[in-house]
Design a protein around this ligand. Sequence first.
Ligand code: SF4
Length: 312
Amino acid sequence: MTNENAKMLKIVLFTGYACSNRCVFCIGADKRGLRGRTTKELLASVYAAKKKGADILEIIGGEATIRPDFTALVRAAKDIGIREVVCATNGRVFSDISMAGAIVGAGINELIFSIHGPSAAVHDKMTASPGSFAELKKGLVNLKKLGFRRISGNTTVVKGNMRSLPAIARLYVRLGIRNVEYIFVDPNYGGARNDFDELVPRISAAAPHMRAALRIGLAAGFDQWKVRYVPLCHFKGYEAQISEMNERVNFLTEHWAPDFKNTDAIGSRSAVGRRRTAACKGCARLHVCEGIWVEYLKHYGDGELRPIGLED
Ligand code: SF4
């Protein structure tokens, strides 16, 4: 897929910002009190997504699975023929096997579990929700019992869990999760913006742990693990595992949320949310790299960005 027309259309449908966790870094931390969308509004969006030709519909929150209408939304999307219906989840609902069975039965194609620590001690601290790790793990067991296999993972990388990334990677290996994203925290909005000093690591401190996690995946034969929102100069040799590079080539992504609509989420992130700076002058990756978060630069500056030479 190399031309604009061959890209897949992915529509990310935000149901609202209510959630059963309280993740400290959550991008929607300041929005949890906003009114969620009604079932009627969401069904209209599901039909609009189909009409627009969505190949993938990602339903997210907050935590979309806690909505009583979640299975109905999934079923509606599948009934009208949307090829891939995906949900990013904190996984807690799946600890109830009847709920897990209902969601699988509705036709969900893929679940992306957010795992922010290798243990309850770390994960529950990140989610600020005691018991969240135990429920997530029970949810994974239940999905296995149900024979549901398309489970991916994502981990937001902050100061409080970056040293645990190799242990998280080993957990993903044990769970057999072949698609994982390690996401460098976005401090432009929400919890990480509000509490930057406590949460946001320097990229030079986080990157070695992120690279170590990727290597653990590669050693286990999982070459689809990726890192997201990172400057490429800290991931030389890992170019095939940068989410944005693959995403820009393969996807057009729209975000449909209760409080905004962005019909070019990938383009606006690189144009507005992230920056390359004067420090990048002459870098061989300048045309493909998105640099680093604007809010990061305000706090830490650009001293860690190192132009990549043509020979690298
Ligand atoms: S120097 Fe700048 S353009 Fe080059 S890889 Fe680093 S952040 Fe990206």
